[in-house]
Ligand binder design. Structure first.
Ligand code: NAX
Length: 331
């Protein structure tokens, strides 16, 4: 079945995990209002939670009903992954186990490895052929790597990790710095991992169609912009008192909408399994410059890389290689 089929179905089946959490509380309303699949597309929502939070998800489902969305065909709540992903055309994997006090990165990967193995396997058994999976829960890149591995019959390219929030943060910072409209920013990419090593890259930046890299002060770019984008999540926590939720949901909407409906030639950042592009190890879920065409992603290829770019990209390859090695050793 062709990937573009999703938009032509009479009803699209959409699963959201972590449905009782903060991001879902914003994301579900945007899906139900038509922001992802279009203003004429009906949706069935399946809310997947862990048993202790099913009651919360049921309350969320009640509020969705009270919102009387004309496009919302049905809402179901479950703690059974196979039921939750039954017939799914799109899945937002938002729920994950956060790092507890004193837990190492390996502990975090182990706990999430279990969740994403189970969900990958359930997707494999239950989802529709045109399934698109967006992993939001952290560590997003490696969780997507694990889920893709567990879903043996689903092509790995159908598992993405979300780096659109990093991309949107970078675009917004650049627009403010250059006095430009954020909608005029293009040619931007955030390479690598959704973590501190991520590399927001302005080497190909265009503003309103014009090459604009030279308009950005190099010292600001290296010393302020890159670390600010990479640490924006921590900055939001320190100011707001809790982690990014509405902006993360908005980025998830942007990502899935562009996957289904295309980017009209504009670049975005998509983290998905490398097929060896730019020397990135095959299989690592890596943020690349990407365009969306006819329901599919295409990595922007053939870009020349400077030494600076190469070293930043390599730092991400090494970090993701280490995470993948831990994940591989667990299963
Ligand atoms: P919350 O703690 O508010 O909600 C998470 C929900 O997931 C909880 O209701 C929990 O019961 C549920 N859950 C846990 N394990 C589950 C499982 N196995 N199946 C189904 N549901 C499960 O977190 P929230 O603020 O919504 O954030 C969710 C995830 O997004 C976190 O892992 C967070 O780190 C990650 N983020 C990722 C971002 C990205 O750019 N990729 C940015 C925002 C956010 O930090």
């Amino acid at each position: 079945m062709e990937a573009t089929d999703t938009v032509s179905r009479s009803v699209v089946n959409v699963t959201v995990t972590g449905a009782g959490g903060n991001i879902a509380y914003s994301l579900l309303w945007r899906i139900a209002s038509g922001d992802v699949f279009g203003p004429g597309q009906k949706v069935n929502l399946s809310l997947l939670e862990i048993p202790s939070a099913v009651r919360v998800a049921e309350g969320v489902a009640m509020e969705l009903a009270d919102s009387a969305f004309p496009l919302l065909n049905s809402v179901t709540v479950t703690d059974d992954p196979r039921r939750g992903f039954d017939g799914a055309n799109a899945a937002f994997l938002v729920g994950a186990k956060p790092r507890g006090k004193g837990e190492s990165r390996k502990d975090l990967l182990t706990a999430n490895g279990r969740i994403f193995t189970e969900q990958g396997s359930a997707l494999n058994d239950a989802a529709a052929d045109d399934i698109r999976v967006l992993v939001v829960g952290n560590p997003a890149n490696t969780n997507a790597y694990i889920a893709a591995k567990a879903a043996r019959d689903i092509p790995a390219e159908r598992f993405n990790a979300m780096m659109r929030l990093d991309h949107n943060r970078a675009a917004s910072q650049l627009a403010a710095k250059l006095g430009a409209a954020v909608g005029d920013i293009d040619g931007l990419v955030v390479w690598g991992n959704h973590s501190d090593t991520q590399f927001p890259d302005i080497e190909y930046l265009r503003v309103a169609g014009e090459q604009a890299t030279g308009r950005v002060d190099r010292a600001w770019y290296v010393d302020e912009f890159i670390p600010r984008v990479a640490q924006r999540g921590a900055e939001i926590i320190s100011v707001r008192g809790s982690s990014s939720a509405a902006s993360a949901a908005s980025a998830a909407v942007d990502h899935m909408r562009d996957w289904v409906q295309g980017t009209g030639g504009r670049w975005t950042t998509v983290a998905r399994a490398s097929t060896g592009e730019y020397g990135v190890d095959e299989g690592l879920v890596f943020g690349f410059p990407t365009v969306g065409i006819n329901g599919r992603w295409a990595v922007v290829e053939g870009l020349d890389l400077t030494e600076f770019q190469r070293s930043r990209i390599n730092a991400n390859v090494e970090a993701l290689r280490e995470e993948a090695a831990v994940a591989d050793s667990l299963f």
